[in-house]
Design a protein around this ligand. Structure first.
Ligand SMILES: C[S@@+](CC[C@H](N)C(=O)[O-])C[C@H]1O[C@@H](n2cnc3c(N)ncnc32)[C@H](O)[C@@H]1O
Length: 418
């Protein structure tokens, strides 16, 4: 089995061939192997863990997308007022930024310790170790308001702050893989689950498997918090939006009718207003222009042309998607280009080229293709989400916020028109 296949099987992550090979090269250097086949042959579970550490993306920060925490505080308060404690799960928790933010928000909200418990899991043992240490540098304090640092952290070195013990003790950290979670023991165990910014790294079948496990873990009247680009995946797999603005909160669809909200009271809409459920877009974007694509542009949209035959579009793009899912990125890219040769204005083909290049670790190209995509189709929700995430990853927070706001507006509009 190739390194890429091994890593995909172990993590579920859509690891590209080049990323997998780079990781193997690094580990071979560190372990003294000179032949990659021999290295893979001798792979022990401990060595596999080291390899996985090189491909995970443990990007996180304190109070990332904070409305999710405020929505949870309100839910915990309401449940506690009815004498019910709330079990919270954060998976994946990266270096602990998410569950600690939850603990801080609950303390800020005056919620007593007995009212909740927080379990936090991540695939990476390195992440869990960092989380248990609870020491963070500048990158973790990217939130707009970092007043919480004064309240809940001790300055321990130049650029290092440690979370206070009484908060650290409120989170139980464990290493764990969502795809291999013991869902039988923890069946319907959690009232609130944070699963943010993980599914974006999975392909469709893995996303479905992950959501299946989350559904097994979440109580039927529970609340699930997703990353903003992941809401559509949940809505396609049995969830409905809870209408809490920018919390990206969902519930199991069987409770979707309005009455369900009364059965299991959810956060009052004090800080949060209406939010859209997943937009339903055609898998293949409607064509819009014959003008050659501007590289990075938010110019006015060119004139529309008649639609090319949808079947032609669907075929090549469906093949490209299949190839990309199998990790055959070069072939997938070729299909997209073949498609573009026939339909130069196909925004969806540019979107896919962005995904393919992201998988290959070519982020600049991915960025360029997604920009072409939104040039052709300014309301391409997923492309905007990916661009926003990429801007965030590059530390360009203003651009990320603008793109995210634009995506949110489109989301709302698509919902209204459905
Ligand atoms: C981008 S971080 C997200 C952290 C946090 N939820 C947030 O939104 O800031 C993604 C994390 O997912 C973890 N991860 C990847 N595959 C996983 C899996 N199959 N099960 C559990 N965690 C996984 C990685 O180790 C990484 O720390």
């Amino acid at each position: 089995m190739t390194a890429q296949a091994l890593l995909r099987r172990a993590t579920g992550l859509s690891v590209s061939k080049s990323v997998a090979e780079r990781a193997v090269g690094q580990r071979m250097e560190q372990t003294g192997f000179t032949d990659s086949a021999a290295y893979l042959q001798a792979l022990t579970p401990a060595e596999m863990t080291q390899l996985i550490e090189l491909v995970v993306v443990p990007e996180s920060w304190l109070f990332r997308d904070p409305q999710a925490f405020y929505a949870t505080v309100e839910l915990v308060q309401e449940r506690w007022a009815r004498g019910r404690a709330t079990r919270i799960l954060s998976i994946p928790c990266a270096g602990g930024e998410e569950p600690y933010s939850m603990a801080m928000a609950l303390r800020d909200g005056g919620v007593p310790k007995q009212a909740f418990s927080i379990d936090a899991y991540d695939l990476s043992p390195g992440c869990i170790e960092r989380a248990q240490a609870g020491v963070y540098g500048r990158n973790a304090f990217r939130a707009q308001d970092v007043g919480f640092r004064e309240r809940y952290f001790t300055h321990v070195a130049d650029d290092a702050y440690r979370i206070i013990d009484s908060l650290r003790e409120q989170v139980t950290f464990r290493q764990g893989n969502l795809l291999q979670f013991d869902t039988a023991t923890y069946s319907r165990h959690y009232d609130v689950i944070f699963c943010r910014n993980l599914l974006i790294y999975f392909d469709k079948p893995t996303t479905r498997a992950a959501i299946h496990n989350l559904s097994a873990l979440l109580a039927d009247d529970g609340m699930l918090l997703a990353g903003y680009a992941e809401v559509p995946s949940f809505c396609q797999n049995g969830y409905a939006s809870l209408q809490l603005r920018q919390a990206f909160a969902l519930k199991k669809e069987m409770l979707a009718p309005a009455s369900a909200v009364q059965v299991a009271p959810l956060p009052a809409l004090r800080t949060l207003r209406s939010v859209p459920p997943a937009p339903r877009r055609a898998a293949v974007a409607a064509p819009s222009s014959a003008t050659p694509v501007a590289p990075v542009a938010l110019r006015t949209r060119p004139m529309s042309l008649p639609s090319p035959a949808p079947a032609v579009q669907a075929d090549l793009l469906a093949e490209a998607r299949l190839l990309a899912d199998r990790g055959q990125l070069r072939e997938a890219g070729e299909k997209c280009h073949a498609h573009l040769a026939r339909v130069p204005e196909a925004a969806e083909a540019y979107f896919m080229l962005g995904i393919i290049n992201e998988l290959a670790g070519k982020m600049d190209l991915a960025d360029d293709y997604w920009r072409r995509c939104i040039y052709l189709q300014p309301d391409h929700y997923e492309a905007l989400c990916h661009l926003s995430l990429l801007a965030e990853r590059n530390g360009n927070h203003t651009a990320a916020a603008t793109l995210k706001a634009r995506a949110a507006r489109i989301y709302q509009r698509l919902q209204a028109s459905n």
